[in-house]
Design a protein around this ligand. Structure first.
Ligand code: FES
Length: 141
């Protein structure tokens, strides 16, 4: 079921892929941090050119620590998606393919039939686009 909202539109072709660089598998030591699965996944992105409009951004912990490696897709006006279960050595192409589909989707919702299997299985959460009401910043919660 898609609950996309046709009134929510993001800029086509511009998006960010957040990569948790602190993710580690159970058998991985805390140090050195560069050896963690998340850090290695992020390093793998630096070895290949990113698709146009896709930014790869390192972050420390997306609070999905039990499903390393964790990433998120985000863009202005779009749903944000959080995914887990990626492998540092084998996931860059999959993530780039998903990122391109996300960038092409006006609301960030990749149609289920075209969504890569890893994104179907690995989805952890999706968060609706931020909508600020006029004056919301001044109102008391
Ligand atoms: S350490 Fe990666 S999600 Fe927490």
């Amino acid at each position: 079921m898609h609950m996309s909202d046709p009134s929510v539109k993001g800029a086509a072709g511009t998006m960010q892929v957040y990569v948790c660089v602190t993710c580690r598998r159970e058998n991985e030591p805390l140090e050195p941090r560069e050896a963690r699965s998340g850090a290695r996944l992020f390093a793998a992105f630096s070895k290949v050119p990113s698709p146009t409009g896709v930014q790869i951004i390192p972050v420390e912990c997306l609070s999905v620590c039990r499903r390393p490696c964790t990433i998120a897709f985000a863009a202005p006006g779009k749903w944000t998606y959080v995914y887990g279960d990626f492998f540092p050595e084998a996931s860059v192409d999959i993530i780039f393919a998903g990122a391109q589909l996300y960038a092409e989707a006006p609301d960030g919702v990749i149609p289920w039939r075209t969504r890569p299997l890893e994104l179907r299985r690995g989805v952890v959460a999706r968060i609706p686009p931020l909508r600020l009401r006029p004056g919301a910043a001044e109102s008391k919660a």
